[in-house]
Design a protein around this ligand. Structure first.
Ligand code: HEC
Ligand code: HEC
Ligand code: HEC
Length: 129
């Protein structure tokens, strides 16, 4: 609580944090994004290949409260796996949610794709194991 002894010490929004400190139990995580158990998903397979958090989670840095902005449906996964170019960027920029490409995003993505030899699979067994 170090910071919040001074900053907004009585804020209602920090009630959970004060309670957690007093009780010693962690703040319960409220899950917003959740795939069914029969779907296999791996974050690192995406972020290490230049797919930004923003492509799948939107501008979480501007959300007062986290909401799901993409359908997380099979068609959504496949749309990008079939045609990822416009969603690829240099991997060191994946957490820069406000990044604005200087040229056509698909052209940049295509370069990244060639350089890293990116070819997302559409085999059923990629996501259903
Ligand atoms: C290709 C799409 C994709 C990208 C890119 C991606 N995520 Fe996710 N994220 C998901 C999906 C899908 C889930 C739900 C996974 C599940 O249920 O197994 C998820 C779940 C999460 C969760 C848990 C969310 C919750 O509601 O409890 C966090 C936190 C998270 N992602 C953070 C990140 C961060 C940070 C990045 C970037 C470094 C990132 N994600 C990049 C698709 C993505
Ligand atoms: C915005 C684009 C995008 C979206 C949306 C997306 N993916 Fe991907 N996915 C990729 C890219 C790019 C790769 C990396 C391919 C490579 O390394 O050649 C990848 C790789 C994967 C891999 C790793 C495959 C392997 O061979 O190891 C899995 C599993 C996967 N995606 C599942 C999913 C699932 C499930 C969803 C939907 C919930 C999803 N993806 C949504 C772009 C996307
Ligand atoms: C890139 C990832 C990905 C690939 C490849 C993929 N799926 Fe899926 N699939 C998903 C996701 C994500 C869901 C869950 C969608 C949801 O919850 O709305 C899903 C759901 C399903 C379901 C359940 C549908 C329902 O109505 O509940 C079936 C059946 C299925 N997939 C079959 C397949 C078959 C067959 C293939 C190969 C032709 C395939 N999937 C390839 C990601 C994938």
């Amino acid at each position: 609580m170090n910071c919040h002894e001074r900053i907004a010490p009585k804020s209602d929004k920090l009630l959970l944090v004060r309670e957690s400190l007093a009780s010693g139990s962690p703040i319960p995580w409220v899950r917003v994004h959740k795939l069914p158990d029969f779907v296999y998903f791996d974050h690192s397979a995406h972020v290490r290949r230049g797919v930004s958090c923003v492509s799948c989670h939107g501008r979480v840095d501007r959300m007062e409260q986290i909401v799901q902005v993409k359908p997380l449906s099979m068609a959504w996964c496949l749309d990008c796996h079939r045609n990822p170019d416009a969603h690829l960027r240099p991997p060191d920029l994946v957490t820069d949610l406000g990044w604005v490409p200087e040229q056509d995003p698909a052209a940049i993505g295509q370069q990244v794709r060639t350089q890293l030899n990116i070819n997302p699979s559409t085999d059923c067994s990629t996501c259903h194991r």
